[in-house]
Design a protein around this ligand. Structure first.
Ligand code: FO1
Length: 328
């Protein structure tokens, strides 16, 4: 009997919650053949510690300890340390749970000892028994800022502090000019060669989750090189029926000059994505999206439970695999 073919390798580009759900479905299918490249533009310092929200959301989800009610943090979390910090007069609007704090303490100490962000991230994942690899998009600090009508805000002040209420007029990524793709990310992209491998863009915010990843020096050329070898790229829309599944992507699409729909997302992905995945409620947009040059998959994209995560991951891989043969 010939050996069963190896599972495909998949590299996912991800922000927080949407990226974590899709990664969970993909990990259930292909385990350690999944690499997730996460946005670090949402990272911040609190109480002298480095917090990496998107990395940690994906890590806790893949470790099965995520807080499903909030979409961030750890299940069964407590906030005793936060209460104590508030007593000392520290700002605690960005809530750090007791268990979550352990992650930030280990990470911050390792960085102070000279370790790279990627190395300590992989160590944390291993300790939590995560099978996939979650790679920060870069080891250098990048910080997303958004311009609102009252001025520039760092990302978490806008997202948590101001509850995403101000309209976003402009986005910038501080530090991006010196940020480089890591050897681990470049190796993972270079390893995508076989006919079944693919790159999958999560249903994450195109402006503040996907764009910073692509803006890292060396990332776009490595993605283009993978595509030139025949590796197809699939992207899942995070907009369903004109509304973002989570977060402010719909309002950002409108305020930054686009259209708050799957078509508006697809327009941002022209030229580097082959397969565009949209929800069934938006099927009327399919012809316009195909007219932009995409292959399309119309399906239920709301990952409401584990079965839905796995089903969507499976459908995307099934739809993207034939494109590999056609692209070669
Ligand atoms: N989101 C909130 O809405 N409120 C919080 O207090 C909060 C704390 C927090 C702590 C650690 C962490 O990893 C994530 C946290 N998040 C919180 C989520 C985070 O702001 C968002 O998930 C992302 O940055 C957007 O993708």
């Amino acid at each position: 009997m010939p050996d069963a073919p190896a599972a495909p390798r998949v590299l996912e580009l991800a922000g927080g919650v949407g990226g974590a759900k899709l990664a969970h479905g993909l990990q259930a299918l292909i385990g350690d053949r999944l690499t997730v490249v996460v946005n670090t533009g949402d990272d911040l310092e609190r109480h002298g510690l480095l917090i990496c929200p998107d990395h940690d959301t994906v890590m806790y989800t893949l470790a099965g300890i995520d807080n499903r009610e909030w979409g961030w943090g750890i299940a069964g979390e407590t906030f005793a340390a936060s209460e104590m910090l508030a007593g000392y007069g520290e700002e605690t609007w960005f809530r750090l749970g007791d268990r979550d704090l352990a992650t930030h303490i280990v990470r911050t100490r390792a960085l102070r000892d000279g370790e790279r962000l990627t190395t300590v991230a992989l160590r944390l994942q291993e300790a939590l028994g995560v099978r996939a690899r979650i790679l920060p998009m870069t080891d250098e600090p990048v910080r997303t800022h958004v311009r609102t009508d009252t001025g520039w805000l760092d990302f978490q002040t806008y997202f948590v502090g101001r509850r995403q209420e101000p309209e976003v007029r402009e986005v910038r990524f501080d530090g991006i000019e010196v940020a480089r793709a890591t050897p681990e990310v470049l190796e993972a992209l270079a390893a995508l060669t076989t006919t079944a491998d693919s790159i999958v863009v999560a249903p994450s915010n195109p402006f503040v989750s996907v764009a910073p990843i692509l803006a890292v020096s060396g990332m776009r050329s490595a993605l283009d090189a993978a595509r030139a070898r025949g590796v197809p790229v699939a992207a899942i829309s995070g907009i369903v029926g004109g509304r973002a599944i989570k977060g402010p992507a719909d309002r950002m699409l409108a305020s930054l000059g686009g259209e708050a729909s799957s078509l508006g997302v697809a327009r941002l992905y022209v030229g580097w994505v082959d397969l565009f995945v949209l929800d069934g409620v938006d099927s009327a947009l399919e012809p316009a999206i195909r007219a932009l040059g995409f292959e399309t998959l119309v399906t239920d994209t709301l990952m409401v439970d584990d079965a839905a995560r796995e089903r969507l991951a499976h459908e995307v891989l099934e739809a993207v695999a034939p494109l590999a043969a056609r692209r070669r």
